[in-house]
Design a binder for this molecule. Structure first.
Ligand code: SAH
Ligand code: SF4
Ligand code: F3S
Length: 458
């Protein structure tokens, strides 16, 4: 029997590019549009409103937006012929960086809004509906969007994101984030705790705290004092029914001793940390304005492993930053060999307009970047495979999140964030269960539920 449902009055399609903060933001845009009658749909063709939530971090990422916009133009025209309107909005970091340029290149765009103005979306939609021309808002308003957005709707699923910090004051030579997300801002403790409680009440069993520099978070507590991230983690660990906590993305420079200690003391803090290092050469780190040396990174990662011996690390790397020489690249390879990563993201340096590195001489040739990336990725791939191999026959808890691709399968995440599938009932979704890892694949694991195995053996 199918349960009759009332279709949403207006159909909203959001495509999200870029980082997890954009995923969180897309959810908040859906929340802010829900009272206007917009409900989510899976494809853009029939949508009354399409939002592209964009990423500007590398050239390729931002160019994708314009190819999507080309396709949306065709859809919008087809809908107009059928007598329907389609509002096209560009949000996120490309919107912030390019603003009016987007409308100049794609005049069928109705709304351009930067990441700090999502709370103004209903007003912009209303104006766009009155066909008052393209609406552009890339302010960094004095009012805080977090104070004005509605509380996230429950039901994000067992794994929920919670933005606690936004923006960046670090100005790494290569990076657009300080320009697209603005100055560093930390949300206050009370707002974070209230949101976390709401997420848990809605079924979240893992909360990932988000921030561009999440470990630089320092929020005002109700008693007027200032907490740092470790203090917040201890408070979150007090929440009942929240077995898992993570935070991302951290800067090596802000990994203080208390935070490292928290990894040894808070069982809910998952033994996996994403800590981008970018390069293994002090010379390049300095040119990047990263504010730490290779030795600092090694000291932090050693201390983390001492505090929490089963911790796995992931990182980000850039090859071919202006001025990077063969010996710098060799130093990066050596650092990877020394530290060992369970997962990593590596990129060719991409010149971003307006950033200090973009104008530097000594840009590295594309072919050199290609060769360095290949060499680095081969090593990182081997390390990832080795890590996954080391999990085989190991027992661990999995948080089950959704049905698997095949009937009877459920999917979840290990403490080390690996996707894992197992045969088991759908009722496992939203719970953690003990498994034995059976096999590894390039980017996932398979596992056997231990209770079921015991049943099978009985
Ligand atoms: N706040 C995080 C990173 C945010 S951007 C940090 O401090 O590390 C995510 C990743 O994109 C970065 O870690 C970096 O590896 C990569 N990245 C950023 N700008 C880039 C550029 N211009 N070219 C290539 N990769 C870049
Ligand atoms: Fe970008 Fe550096 Fe800030 Fe990270 S710390 S967001 S890489 S400027
Ligand atoms: Fe991209 Fe903006 Fe995130 S540039 S990585 S979407 S902060």
């Amino acid at each position: 029997m199918t349960i009759p449902t009332t279709p949403p009055r207006k159909r909203l399609f959001i495509r999200t590019f870029g980082c997890q903060m954009n995923v969180y933001d897309s959810g908040r845009m859906a929340d802010v549009l829900a009272p206007l009658g917009y409900g989510p749909v899976e494809t853009p063709e029939e949508a009354d409103m399409v939002i592209l939530n964009t990423c500007h971090i590398r050239e390729k990422a931002s160019e994708k937006v314009f190819s999507d916009l080309g396709r949306l133009r065709v859809m919008k025209e087809a809908r107009a012929e059928a007598g329907h309107k389609m509002v096209v909005a560009v949000a996120g970091c490309v919107a912030q960086a390019e603003g009016r340029e987007i409308v100049a290149r794609a005049p069928w765009v109705d709304i351009v809004l930067g990441p700090q103005t999502y709370h103004r979306l209903p007003e912009m939609v209303a104006r766009a509906a009155r066909a008052a021309g393209a609406q552009i808002d890339t302010d960094f308003p004095v009012e805080q969007k977090f104070d004005l957005l509605p509380a996230p709707r429950a039901g994000q699923g067992p794994i929920a994101f919670l933005t606690i910090q936004e923006g960046c004051d670090k100005f790494c030579s290569f990076c657009v984030v300080p320009y697209t997300r603005g100055a560093e801002f930390s949300r206050p403790v009370a707002a974070i705790m209230a949101e976390a409680r709401g997420l848990v009440a809605g079924g979240a069993r893992e909360i990932a705290l988000l921030g561009q520099n999440v470990n630089a978070w320092h929020g005002e507590a109700p008693d007027g004092s200032t907490w740092n991230l470790s203090r917040l983690l201890y408070a979150l660990a007090e929440l009942p029914d929240l077995p898992r906590i993570r935070y991302t993305t951290s800067h090596p420079r802000d990994m203080d001793d208390a935070l490292i200690r928290a990894h040894g003391e808070i069982p809910q803090l998952m033994p996996f940390l994403h800590l981008p290092v970018q390069s293994g050469s002090d010379r390049v780190l300095q040119a990047m304005n990263r504010g730490h040396k290779v030795d600092d990174f090694i000291r932090v990662t050693d201390a983390l492993r001492e505090a929490r011996p089963d911790i796995a690390l992931s990182s980000d790397f850039i090859v071919g930053h202006p001025g990077e020489k063969a010996e710098d690249h060799a130093a990066t390879m050596a650092l990877v060999g020394r530290v060992g990563f369970a997962l990593a993201y590596s990129f060719k340096y991409s010149q971003r307009p307006g950033t200090p590195a973009a104008g530097q001489p000594l840009q590295v040739a594309e072919a050199v970047k290609d060769a360095r990336l290949q060499e680095l990725q081969a090593l990182l791939r081997r390390q990832q495979d080795d890590f996954n191999e080391s999990c085989v026959n190991r027992d661990c808890d999995v948080l089950f999140t959704n049905p698997g691709r095949h009937p009877g399968q459920v999917m979840g995440r290990t403490p080390w964030l690996q996707p894992v599938h197992a045969l088991g009932p759908l009722s496992l979704i939203g719970t953690t269960a003990r498994v034995r890892v059976a096999a590894r694949f390039p980017n996932s694991l398979s596992a056997i539920l231990l209770d079921q195995k015991e049943l099978a053996c009985a």
